[in-house]
Design a protein around this ligand. Sequence first.
Ligand code: UD1
Ligand code: UDP
Length: 370
Amino acid sequence: MKKIKVMSVFGTRPEGIKMGPVVKALADDDRFTSVVVSTGQHAEMLQQVLDVFAVKPDYDLKIMKPGQTLTGITVTTMTKLEPIIQKEHPDIMLVHGDTSSAYAAALTAFYNQVAIGHVEAGLRTWNKYSPYPEEMNRQMIDDLADLYFAPTKTSAHNLALGNHQQGVVITGNTAIDALHYTINQDYQHSVLDEIDSEHKIILLTMHRRENWGQPMEETFKAIKKVVDERENIDVIYPVHLNPKVQMVAKKILGGDNHFHLIAPLNVVDFHNLMSKALLVMSDSGGVQEEAPALHKPVLVLRDTTERPEGVSAGTLKLIGNQYENVVEELSTLLDSEDEYQKMSEAKNPYGDGRASKRILDAIAKWFEQK
Ligand code: UD1
Ligand code: UDP
């Protein structure tokens, strides 16, 4: 039987983490020929992920520039990707999630009449500017797609609301598949040597565009107040390489002994440090899926989330970015055993770690029925 040629296109850290297991599964499956294209929207932060999954892209568009703009990412991805599509003639392109390079790749596939499979389809806040520009990127990708790999029933329902009923498969999230490659019980890291073993650890990340500036400043000041009032809390914060984030993090949290500001971690380090933390504070998308699987409560530093399953399950709490609110919510979670137990014991709603296999089977079935 003719093999199905699948071109996977991704280029940021979170796309790499969630496409890593899919690309590995494709390479091991005789039904497929796999072509991997890195957009290079992220440079160093993607390379860390590729190293962990031992993925070597067949093509690298190398689009990243310091201070890149949304339009720049979109136009450069399209211009550099089109000749590769025309050379390789894939049967289907897989894109992931909601980055600008994922949208640009999907649009280029459509212009070249290549079928599109959307991994992590159907996430929604229904708020055009939150997260910005991701909410519209993912809606526009779903308008272009032929196959939709929805992580949960809620995301499949969102797709139906947008009139996408055909080609929808509920798979679970590939972020949970990735945890099988990374978690290691005997894990150690040098940052843990700086922390008293009796101390509790908060793992912090923050990077979203809509949080740049004042929301980020207020949030950091609030966390600093709560942590500095206590003797036994340390915060590990791997700071995103975006200069807009680096500047605020250093200004407010730099020089405080309770805060360990470190370079972005590779995903093995990040997942294992998460498993050693008491709780997580983050505006990240992927972190909201991984932490529940490790039974870690997440205080989500946003006003909206496209991961409402975790909020309903009780493992995520949306706390926004206002100083008083962040102080109150963090203090409660640190001081109330009941609250902590309730959040950490909630059930992970994002799947069983076999999403990649379901995605491959769905692609094969779709081509069989065509
Ligand atoms: C992008 C995605 C966002 C995703 C995030 C994951 C868009 C619009 N945004 O946002 O959805 O949540 O990735 O982290 O697609 N930089 C480096 N080295 C790196 C990575 C970034 O120096 O390896 C710096 C560069 O100066 C770059 C800047 O960070 O210009 C911003 O990167 P960009 O991809 O535009 O935005 P993110 O905030 O990372
Ligand atoms: N992550 C990582 N190293 C870090 C911080 C995060 O490997 O220092 C991982 C994390 O486990 C998750 C993903 O990166 O899988 C989230 O990426 P990010 O927050 O950049 O993007 P988002 O998920 O918000 O799109």
